[in-house]
Design a protein around this ligand. Structure first.
Ligand code: SF4
Ligand code: MG
Length: 329
């Protein structure tokens, strides 16, 4: 099968602190999410801060407790795997984080940082082999032998991200989940790191889930995109379709704020009222209804289903319910 990852109706709820009396209350960070990632593709997850995209990314590799639903990796249901069984999965799925500095031990040399996963998973034969592997990884990410003996504080942000990527690659994963990997970097450096990720993907047959709030970055790197709002996807599909023909009112509003290179193709800016409601008490019906310029009466009470508006292009919005549209004619 060409599906590497399948996520089915995944929910990740956190108990709200201090809600222990009688009724427990929850933050619904991820609230019933379904999607697939095909081998070799980049699946971008985009949304504003607090929409649950990072939690979803972490949930996929079980760095979060899953409330319900299923995660299948290479056809294997890993939802219920305990820590011991997850250890073999950790070799297949690696994360790259937004802030590489926080995830690199400042007391360890770059050599030791990259060697650590190789040591933990016994992925080397002898000392010479270990050294060769670490240096190969350094070269892969565009660093040199002499960088091996230095410490994280001696590097720039972009170089630190390269070190984080080298460490993730050490175990030869098939899936990399990158959570805002370039958002802490200067724009000029962002492109370099994105290009590196692209190169590595082709050279090493990698698959990525790329989580970010920046629509342009997601457009640049992704093959398919899922747009998240308050713990759910509102629209999923091929990147080109989503960016050239957004169907969900939320996606339309988000994209209307992105500057287009061709000034004659000026899009009308759609301004949304209010801010994102809390994931603790999300709106009923369509969660976007409190801010949607196209809100109808039914949106306030009924949760929209998933409608396939074009091959593999899914929209969660009552506007695309054929029967409802027939009735309103
Ligand atoms: Fe707007 Fe209704 Fe569609 Fe939700 S379901 S996005 S409120 S039109
Ligand atoms: Mg985040």
């Amino acid at each position: 099968s060409d599906t590497l990852l399948r996520v089915e109706d995944l929910k990740i709820y956190y108990p709200v602190a201090g809600s222990g009396f009688g009724k427990k209350e929850f933050v619904k960070a991820v609230d019933g999410v379904t999607f697939e990632v095909k081998k070799g593709e980049v699946f971008g997850i985009v949304g504003e801060s607090g929409c649950g995209k990072s939690t979803l990314g972490r949930g996929v590799c079980k760095l979060e407790n899953l409330t319900s639903g299923h995660v299948y990796l290479d056809g294997e249901d890993i939802t219920e795997y305990n820590d011991r069984r997850m250890r073999s999965i950790r070799k297949k799925v690696q994360m790259v984080f937004q802030n590489p500095y926080a995830s690199l031990n400042p007391r360890m040399s770059v050599f030791d940082i990259i060697a650590e996963p190789l040591l933990v998973h016994h992925l080397y034969q002898d000392k010479a082999d270990l050294e060769k592997k670490v240096l190969d990884l350094l070269h892969r990410v565009g660093l040199d032998d002499y960088h091996a003996n230095r410490y994280p504080h001696e590097f720039s942000g972009g170089q630190r991200q390269r070190i984080g990527i080298a460490r993730a690659l050490a175990v030869e994963p098939s899936l990399i989940i990158a959570d805002e990997p370039v958002s802490a970097l200067d724009v000029s450096i962002q492109a370099q790191v994105l290009n590196l990720l692209n190169e590595l993907k082709h050279d090493l047959d990698l698959t990525y889930i790329f989580v970010a709030h920046d629509l342009s970055v997601v457009e640049y790197i992704s093959d398919r995109v899922g747009v998240m709002y308050l713990g759910n996807f509102v629209e999923v599909g091929e990147k080109d379709k989503i960016y050239s023909n957004p169907m969900h009112p939320y996606t339309q509003a988000l994209l209307s704020a992105v500057p287009v290179p061709d000034p004659t193709a000026k899009r009308e800016r759609i301004l949304l009222e209010g801010s994102i409601p809390s994931a603790h008490k999300p709106p009923t019906g369509c969660k976007f209804h409190t801010r949607c310029p196209k809100c109808m009466e039914c949106c306030k009470t009924q949760v929209p289903e998933r409608y396939e508006v074009d091959d593999g292009h899914y929209v969660y919005c009552h506007l695309y319910d054929k029967e409802r549209r027939e009735q309103q004619k």
